[in-house]
Each structure stands twice: as C-alpha cells, then as structure tokens.
Design a protein around this ligand. Structure first.
Ligand code: SF4
Length: 374
C-alpha cells in the first residue's frame, strides 16, 4: 500500500525501473570472475554450477583461486563423474564444507546416468539433483539457461531490506524480502540481473559499510534515506553456539611419517583425513580421559594454545598432543603419511591449522620443507 502510494507520487520506482538502473550500473562495473561468460554471452552450465556450489559458503576471492585448478582437473561433468571421490575431495581442499564436494560428485554421476550428461534446465529437475537448493537452481536457470529467475541469498535479502526499509527482523521478513527480489525478475537479461544483484551485494551494499555514494539505487533507497541502512536487515537474536573440545594426536615415526586416519564417509567432514583425536565433547577438556584415546602409549607433549574452528552448529577447540614412536613393529596401524607428502591427503581446515601449529605444514599450506611448486 505504502509502496503503491510512493510509486504513484514518483518517489518509489517500479521494479522494472530498478532493474534497468541496476543493469546499466552492471554494464560498467561488473566483476571479472573466471566463471563468468563475456558480456552478451551465455555462460557454460557446468561453470555456473561449479562456481555456485563453491560460492555457497566460501568467498569469491578463495573460489577464484580454486575454480580454475578444479576445472583443469575436471573439465566437464563426465570427467567429474568418472573420478574417485578421494580425488574430488583432494581437489576441493581449501574450500571447506566438503559435503558440497561429495554432493557435486554425486550430482555429476546422477546427471551422467539419468540425463545423458546434460543438466536439466527446469526448477523441479534441478532441485531433484544432489546439493541443489532453491538458490542454486534459480542461479542456474537465470545465468546458464536465460530464464526469468532471481536467486535470493543473504546478500540479496540484505539489499532488499535496505532498499525498501524493511525493519521486520529476519527470519519473519523472509517472504516479503523474497517477494521484493523476485519482482525484479527480467526477461531480456535474467543472467545479468542475477549477477548484478550478486555484485551489488558484494561490492556496494556490503554487510557492514554500505557504499551508498556509488550505489545505482541510492536515490530510491528508503533505508539510506532514513539513515539506517547499515542497521538492516534486523535479525532475531540467535543462541550462542556450544563449544566442543578434544585432543588431536600427532604421532611421528622415526622415518618422519605421521599417523592419520580417515573419517567415516557420512556425517561431518565425511571421508576426509584427520589426525586421530579424542571425542569432541562440550564442557571443559577432561585431559586424563582424552589421553585415553591416544593411538599409542607415549610421552605426549601438549601445546598450550588450542586450535579453534567454527562449524555451523558448534565451535571446536582441539589441543594438539605430539609424541614420537620408536615401536619396532612400525607403530599403531593407520595411514602413515611421509611428512613431505601431506598435500596428497584431503585435509579439512581444522587439521591444516593443527599441522601448521606443529610446523608440519607451512603457512601457505605446503608440507614443511617441500620444494615449492612452480
Ligand atoms: Fe545498499 Fe546504500 Fe544502495 Fe541502499 S543506497 S541499496 S543501503 S548501498
């Protein structure tokens, strides 16, 4: 009602006018990203899929570095479908949230088996694939298939809350914000509109310090006009994440090899390599009980500062315990990896942090002492 009144008075532009202004801005300011097609060209669906899955919980800067290497290793869905899961997980290193890599691999096999190697282009067909949520399906439809869809993620919700001064906290405001974004849908250049919204959220209407002075929507932005843009969107307070603690054991053999194990295929960090550890439990670290989970009886030396990592539903603090084994039988059974070959393992971020603390990995992630790759 208020919007219609403002529109009638010429204060609030129509969705079509907003889209047109945003597209004009995009033509001048679009980001150059390795997965994007040249201006006026339709992007390759596999490139869009891969970038969108990688971008789900990882920054564009990190994805830019990893995307090209992943694509060189798996240039199309058929190559990805033919690969071993361990190979895919290894190539995913540095991106985190490995569940995405396993889903992408399953998707490649599914598309190869059931769709002749071509991604379906409709929302239902896309949503039926592993790892494809409503956002990724809409992004694919708009960017790869030229359909009038608007992918709505947290960035777009933030921009809509500010543009329309929606002060209802999230998640209650979701339907309204989603509706506002979807009203921008555009038939001529749907892929560009989707990418323009992504660019605006990433480079101009940023979470903390929106750059309203260079925004194509400044004149129409109700949040900016009221001086409260940076406070939006409001959110209902969320409960603090619990902290889990444990010991991680770094056992070294006389030949320098380190002991690892593989996590079960399902669940958190499924299928990845890790240092053996005690169970990760809430509350203070019960040292004696945790040491009972050590892979060998040894003189375990504990690092003073735990290594921390934030997962979606809990925070993890692992204290590193180091020891050497001189056991004549080669030490406990497990995966013994030579210190110079750690980059052959699929290691989650928390394990890389621990190995860096121990000096087994350099800050850049290469095995300490290994020759640099050029
Ligand atoms: Fe965001 Fe400012 Fe643009 Fe409004 S004017 S959409 S708050 S950057």
């Amino acid at each position: 009602m208020v919007a219609a009144w403002r529109r009638a008075r010429g204060v609030e532009p129509t969705p079509a006018a907003l889209s047109a202004r945003l597209l004009a801005w995009y033509d001048e300011h679009r980001r150059q990203l390795p997965w994007r097609a040249a201006a006026g060209r339709r992007a390759e669906p596999y490139h869009v899929l891969l970038s969108e899955i990688m971008l789900q919980q990882t920054t564009a800067a990190t994805v830019s570095r990893r995307f090209v290497a992943f694509l060189a290793r798996f240039p199309d869905l058929a190559a990805l479908a033919a690969a071993d899961e361990a190979e895919v997980l290894h190539a995913w290193q540095g991106l985190g949230y490995y569940r995405r890599a396993r889903a992408l691999h399953a998707l490649a096999r599914d598309v190869t088996l059931r769709h002749g190697g071509r991604l379906p282009s409709d929302q239902a067909g896309l949503r039926a694939l592993p790892g494809i949520g409503p956002y990724t399906a809409s992004a694919l439809r708009a960017i790869a298939f030229g359909q009038a869809a608007v992918p709505v993620d947290g960035n777009v919700l933030r921009v809509m809350a500010r543009l329309h001064r929606v002060e209802t906290p999230l998640p209650a405001a979701l339907p309204e914000l989603r509706g506002r974004a979807e009203a921008l849908a555009e038939r001529e250049r749907p892929g560009d509109l989707a990418q323009a919204l992504m660019d605006l959220g990433a480079t101009v209407c940023r979470p903390r310090k929106p750059r309203c002075g260079v925004c194509p929507w400044q004149a129409s932005c109700a949040g900016h006009g009221a001086g409260i843009a940076a406070e939006l969107p409001r959110r209902t307070a969320r409960a603090a994440r619990p902290v889990r603690r444990g010991l991680a054991f770094l056992l070294t053999r006389p030949d320098g090899a380190l002991l690892f194990r593989r996590r079960p295929p399902d669940g958190l960090l499924g299928g990845l390599h890790e240092l053996p550890s005690s169970p990760w439990q809430e509350g203070e670290l019960a040292l004696a009980a945790a040491l009972g989970h050590a892979p060998a009886a040894a003189d375990w030396r504990l690092h003073r500062a735990p290594v921390r990592h934030a997962f979606t539903h809990f925070l993890l603090e692992l204290t590193l315990a180091e020891a050497s084994t001189a056991a004549a039988d080669g030490g406990p059974r497990g995966l013994w990896c030579p210190a110079g070959e750690l980059d052959r393992l699929a290691l989650p971020t928390i394990m890389r942090k621990l190995l860096r603390q121990a000096g087994a990995l350099s800050a850049a992630g290469a095995p300490a002492g290994a020759a640099p790759v050029r």
